[in-house]
Design a protein. Structure first.
Length: 470
């Protein structure tokens, strides 16, 4: 158990004198060494993070003060090794390793005075309590931490990215309320979560980066430079690799090694890539191009393009179902200018069926602002028994049974409905209604809307993730 939680559960109000015994044991304070890697990867992001109402630490401390943070160049997304070493040396001067954290100026200066912080900091209050997750990372470093604890408890969350916003909303599927915002990512595009709940990956179209968000702080921890402008993103089920669609000709998919936090390969494919997905069995990454109408299939073991299929129109969202052994059965794919979806047999590598949506009962057709995609959202719930396809024209999600592809339901899901995701228990579907700035929650069994959750500007991509709650 974390030392602060321990204190909290004992109801201990004052930290002074108590902490060293609890968190450095069995080492005495003199034996505690400050860990450079932990500082570099975990503490430095706090200096770069944008907290609401605050200026970033690096803005001020890059210029003056005896506590010096090396400034970043205009296009630099993270500190170099040399800069990190210098920052480490500088910050180390303001801490007493292994001692009561409230004796370290590094920790008390940006902390609210009524929470044990100093009376004045020229940079203001950044942390309102010692339970603030960013402050705790800094305190862990001072206590000698060498690596970040794995989350001890995770919960299912729905992340709604706002395509015209500078934020993404975090929704609790139990209460169907937005419980937080991930900020500081202008033009967030795709989102997926690390399977262990430690972090979230969001593509950043403004900076051409894959932004790694710490699920405990909900802040950007690292921005990984990409080979071009990104669109969507996928993650392998072991959590080790993230695939990013690069929306630039002639076409590529970037591979990010999560452990190294590095862009390790740019895989050439056929056409600028809009969406990339990792199949449920994690054996393939499937990338679709609007420009060349091709589906590109990458083997995740070798990170090579293994086959491609040209369709008769641009590739929009895709989703998959699986055979009983878990391998991929069909790719469901929406196409530019088509109001419905096509079905591709994964083994046969060809189109085997097509479903066109009829006018929705009781709904008027809208043709404004379709952006070439009358249908732009697909999902298969965990039981694999249906496929859900959204229509911007009729503000409706069409539900078809599998494998027979019979329409079994229609649900009104707001203006310009977009992506679809499901809770792992398969009970609830979440759909971003881009025109209403709302995320719809639909009960899968009854096919009834159970909540309309206000989110940000033009919510499109939505994803189920797991996030740490400790
Ligand atoms: C708006 C500018 C500004 C920001 C933002 C800012 N600081 Fe400061 N900081 C100052 C100034 C000015 C001083 C020197 C005056 C003082 O001691 O408060 C200072 C002093 C400090 C000191 C004491 C250095 C010494 O010489 O004793 C520490 C430690 C510190 N800041 C840490 C931080 C951290 C960590 C952050 C971000 C979480 C931060 N500051 C953000 C302006 C800023």
């Amino acid at each position: 158990m974390h030392y602060l939680r321990l204190l909290k559960s004992f109801g201990v109000a004052s930290l002074a004198g108590l902490l060293p015994a609890l968190f450095v044991s069995p080492l005495s304070a003199q034996d505690v060494e400050l860990n450079y890697q932990f500082f570099k990867n975990e503490v430095q992001p706090v200096f770069l993070a944008k907290r609401d109402g605050n200026i970033r630490c690096v803005q001020c401390h890059g210029r003056s003060s005896s506590f010096r943070i090396q400034p970043l160049d205009e296009h630099q997304l993270f500190f170099t090794e040399e800069q990190s070493r210098m920052n480490f040396e500088s910050a180390s001067q303001f801490v007493l390793p292994g001692e009561d954290p409230l004796k370290s100026r590094f920790l008390t200066h940006p902390l609210a005075s009524n929470a044990g912080g100093d009376a004045f900091h020229g940079g203001g209050t950044h942390f309102h309590s010692i339970y603030d997750p960013e402050w705790r990372i800094m305190a862990d470093w001072v206590a000698g931490a060498t690596s970040r604890r794995a989350p001890s408890s995770v919960e299912v969350r729905i992340i709604q990215t706002n395509a015209a916003g500078d934020d993404s909303h975090v929704i609790d599927p139990v209460t169907n309320k937005s419980i937080g915002r991930i900020t500081d990512i202008e033009i967030p595009h795709g989102v997926v979560g690390a399977p262990d709940g430690s972090q979230i990956y969001i593509t950043n179209e403004a900076l051409h980066s894959l932004d790694i968000v710490d699920s405990r702080t909900m802040r950007v921890k690292r921005r990984i430079p990409l080979s071009g402008r990104p669109n969507n993103v996928g993650v392998t089920s072991d959590g080790r690799k993230v695939y990013v669609a690069i929306m630039e000709m002639p076409g590529s998919v970037d591979v990010i090694d999560v452990q190294k936090m590095e862009n390790i390969k740019t895989i050439p494919v056929n056409g600028a890539i809009h969406n990339v997905y990792v199949t449920p069995d994690s054996r393939h990454a499937v990338a679709g191009s609007i420009q060349t109408s091709t589906i590109n299939v990458i083997d995740t073991a070798t990170d090579e393009l293994v086959w491609e299929l040209e369709m008769d129109s641009g590739i929009r969202p895709m989703t998959f179902n699986t055979k009983s052994d878990g391998s991929t059965d069909k790719i469901f794919v929406q196409l530019s200018g088509f109001h419905g979806f096509a079905v591709v047999d994964f083994d046969q590598r060809r189109e085997v069926a097509r479903v066109e949506h009829p006018p929705a009962t009781g709904q008027e057709a809208h043709y404004d602002g379709l952006q070439g995609a009358p249908a732009h959202g697909l999902g298969v719930p965990p039981d694999g028994k249906t496929v859900w396809s959204t229509s911007k024209v009729y503000s409706t999600v069409y539900i078809h049974s599998l494998p027979d592809l019979k329409e079994v339901g229609q649900v009104y899901v707001g203006q310009h409905p977009e992506w679809v995701t499901f809770t792992p228990d398969g009970k609830t579907a979440y759909i971003g209604a881009a025109g209403d700035h709302v995320t719809f929650a639909v009960d899968v069994k009854s096919m009834k809307t159970v909540a309309r959750i206000p989110v940000g500007q033009v919510p499109k991509r939505v994803a189920m993730v797991r996030m740490a709650v400790d």
